[in-house]
Design a binder for this molecule. Sequence first.
Ligand SMILES: C[S@@+](CC[C@H](N)C(=O)[O-])C[C@H]1O[C@@H](n2cnc3c(N)ncnc32)[C@H](O)[C@@H]1O
Length: 359
Amino acid sequence: MFFPFLQRLSARTFSLGRRLLAAVGDWVENRPRVAAWIYPPGEGDYREHNGRMFAGFHEQERMLADQPRMAFYHAAIARHIHPGDRVIDLGTGTGILAALAARRGAAHVYAIDHSTILHHARTLAVANEIENVEFVSTHSLDFTVDEPVDVILHEQMGDCLFDEAMVANVTDLRDRLLKPGGLILPSAFEFYCEPIKVNDGRLVPFIWELNVHGYDYSILERHRPQEPRYYHLVSSDLNLVEHFLSEPQPILTVDLHTVNEADLPTEITFTRTVVNPGRLDGYAVFFRARVDEDLSLSSGPLDGRRAPHWGFRILRCDRDDFAVGDQLEVRLSVGRWPDIDTWRWSHTKRAATEPVAVG
Ligand SMILES: C[S@@+](CC[C@H](N)C(=O)[O-])C[C@H]1O[C@@H](n2cnc3c(N)ncnc32)[C@H](O)[C@@H]1O
């Protein structure tokens, strides 16, 4: 008698405790700044992951075969690196940007990388008779030189622009090792988060929105996954996005000559007026790097000249239909820019005719 009672009591206590912990977990997950404070970023883990990712040939060949990317860097170096310049190539990979800078006449290029790919970069430089490049196997935060340099050259852009720690790594070198008035190449970035409609033939709805030959999945809505990863997708399929609902505009512009990571906003609210009606399926996150008015590099999902090896990210949201003239007020809050799992997004709809608010 007493034993079954104890059993029931402990089962209830555990179940209550579990529900309480889940509720606290959800509360924290939905507050990116609190989550970033409670789960501090594992910088060591990220470094290790990044070093491993770029160590193999496959990641390097995807980048080298990306023609818009290579044409952009080739032109940028030809225009902005001058004979006699001293250059740091941050994250040299196979050494391609360092080699282009050396061929342009740079007096000395420090080609640094924390990945074992550097071993192959050295071999390639010898085989291609590249001089004036000094390869240094190190993480940039640990790198130093006696005399400041004229140029910091880098390609540290992730799919979501900030997710390869570009701002932290480049600004650290800028503040320690770049001459006053020195150049960061590239330095100007536009960051976009555009409401989109996905092509019907490519749309993958949330599972609870599905009805497959009369088999209804709506019951699963009560089991919406809590992990943030479920709510964003990566793609480089040019047929995925049918259209932007409104005219694209950057929601953030960054100049690496002046920005500091701590100055990046943690909350951005922006309004879009719908010009292309249709279903809102989410937001496409992409970037443009700009070197000159006529020289830029895009990862946009509707840009036929986009650099193909970068994916664009789709931040998924509940379906909502929009007519021409409707307004969308979008809120993006960010715990840590390099970690998309700490990003949260929501919108409010204002219909062209009468104001309606949704969650
Ligand atoms: C996107 S790849 C670019 C490679 C090469 N620059 C190119 O354009 O083909 C980035 C490279 O930077 C290296 N890397 C990333 N962060 C670094 C850091 N903080 N210090 C040194 N190397 C880094 C990676 O190992 C990788 O090889």
